[in-house]
Design a protein around this ligand. Structure first.
Ligand code: BES
Ligand code: ZN
Length: 447
């Protein structure tokens, strides 16, 4: 099977972790990984959990050599809106040098690059020159609840013991400019529900006399930012470290991350950043508050003159080191209680959360990773932090006592989480070469 055929097979399994109707597919995807890794000589095992399985696989032991834990996720985001896809999200199609499917970049393409990199090394050398443990979970896109639980188990900590953690589930700046990331944002997700009248009301018979929950929700949401786009929630910025000068300087040189380029890529007329910060600085290192969805009242065709009973907003905050996700949710709840207008009651529900993470990019393993990127892509990597989150990484790094390094392959136009997600095939092949080079270089590091 060619590399692309192998990836196509992996992408054909609709392992959507958020949707119960895909539970059997997620399970089948874990089986596929166990079978693939076993065929390469790994001892691979599927751990059942209350939600989706976790796959752990070990290469044959090599005495005196470091152990690299390679983490990734085999679950994918829902495909909606399906009508926006140019081809079936689970029947990968190749168009103009890119493979299109849900998970092509996030994270199946990146996982497969690591697996095939190891496969090539085994084919060339007969075996791997160091110890590799793969840890692939099926719940990253919904908060990693089961893995967060499983890694509290001392037996699992022993099984995952390593010298360094490698993660390929992040971005790269441009096709010829790799990124080496040393930070991830934390995340907390919650819902705000506001209630008004006990039944939907005729907006003429009762309008003006009772508070409209949609107006109330919009007022409450609007109160979270001031005219400078700072978050007004009391204590929101407590503990947030200033961005270092060297970071500001180096981020100015990241391709595609100038304010003008970000506006062009996202199709907005201009950026709207927190006052005093560039777009890149906001994305990489400033905490944010973002409503992700809002609903309430009549959303069908035509008009309906109604005052609805309630309105709901789904919200998430991206956090940076120094902020605690649960503390932030409490502060946001207190803010909403303060601004909830008369005639309205509110309900605040906490959902999942994960800490921000920062590692040392200059460790011996960090240097080996940067060399693998440089050698493969022909240019030195840019040092960045990520605006995205991988919720389990901070706790895993803390529990295992080892740094996590991020070598991502997602390009700004890979459309992850979006219709027409894709991976450039040349990047996929380079990803395989990078994974190979990484294992060779890391095998020489004295742990
Ligand atoms: N691969 C992403 C995270 C990412 C993408 C980091 C690009 C940096 C650059 C990951 O799969 C993801 O989307 N995570 C979610 C986590 C959430 C749903 C709990 C996120 O960041 O929204
Ligand atoms: Zn994702």
């Amino acid at each position: 099977m060619t590399h692309v055929e192998e990836l196509t097979k992996f992408l054909s399994i609709p392992s959507v972790s958020a949707q119960p109707e895909h539970a059997a597919d997620v399970d089948r995807c874990a089986d596929y990984l166990v079978q693939k890794l076993s065929s390469l000589g790994f001892s691979a095992k599927k751990y059942r959990t209350d939600i989706h399985p976790i796959v752990v696989a070990h290469s044959p032991h090599v005495e005196g050599k470091p152990t690299v834990l390679i983490y990734g996720h085999y679950d994918v985001m829902p495909v909606d809106p399906l009508s926006e896809w140019k081809s079936d999200p689970f029947a990968a199609e190749i168009r103009e040098g890119r493979i299109y499917a849900r998970g092509a970049s996030d994270d199946k393409g990146e996982i497969m690059a690591h697996i095939l990199g190891a496969q090539e090394l085994i084919a060339e050398l007969g075996s791997l020159p160091l110890n590799v443990t793969y840890l692939f979970e099926g719940e990253e896109e919904r908060g990693s609840e089961s893995l967060q639980e499983l890694i509290k188990d001392p037996a699992m900590q022993k099984e995952l013991a390593c010298d360094v953690i490698v993660v390929s589930d992040t971005g790269m700046a441009a096709p010829d400019v790799p990124s080496f990331s040393y930070g991830l944002k934390g995340l907390c997700c919650f819902e705000l529900e506001v209630h008004g009248p006990k039944m939907d009301l005729h907006s003429g018979i009762f309008g003006g006399a009772v508070a409209n929950p949609i107006t109330a929700l919009c007022e409450m949401l609007a109160s979270t930012h001031d005219e400078n786009n700072h978050v007004t929630v009391e204590g929101f910025y407590d503990g947030v470290a200033d961005i270092e000068d060297w970071e500001k300087e180096s981020w100015k040189r990241v391709p595609g991350m100038s304010d003008a380029e970000l506006a062009e890529l996202t199709g907005v007329p201009s950026l709207r950043t927190e006052k005093g910060f560039s777009g890149a600085e906001c994305v990489y290192a400033r905490p944010t508050f973002e409503p992700n969805g809002i609903s309430g009242g009549y959303e069908g065709e035509g008009s309906k003159t109604v005052i609805p009973t309630h309105a709901i907003a789904k919200i998430s905050c991206r956090l940076v080191p120094g902020q605690d996700p649960v503390d932030i949710m409490r502060k946001v709840e207190a803010h909403f209680k303060k601004v909830c207008p008369p005639g309205i009651t509110m309900k605040f529900t906490m959902q999942h959360a994960g800490d921000a993470y920062m590692s040392n990019p200059h460790s011996p393993f960090g240097k080996a990773a940067q060399k693998a990127l440089h050698d493969t892509f022909g240019n030195p990597p840019v040092l960045v932090r990520e605006g995205g989150s991988i919720p389990v990484v901070a706790s895993m790094s803390k529990i295992l006592g080892k740094d996590a390094l991020f070598l991502g392959l997602d390009l700004p136009d890979s459309r992850i989480h979006s219709p027409n997600e894709n991976m450039r095939l040349d990047i996929f092949e380079k990803g395989i070469a990078m994974a190979k080079s990484l294992l060779l270089l890391m095998s020489e590091v004295k742990a």
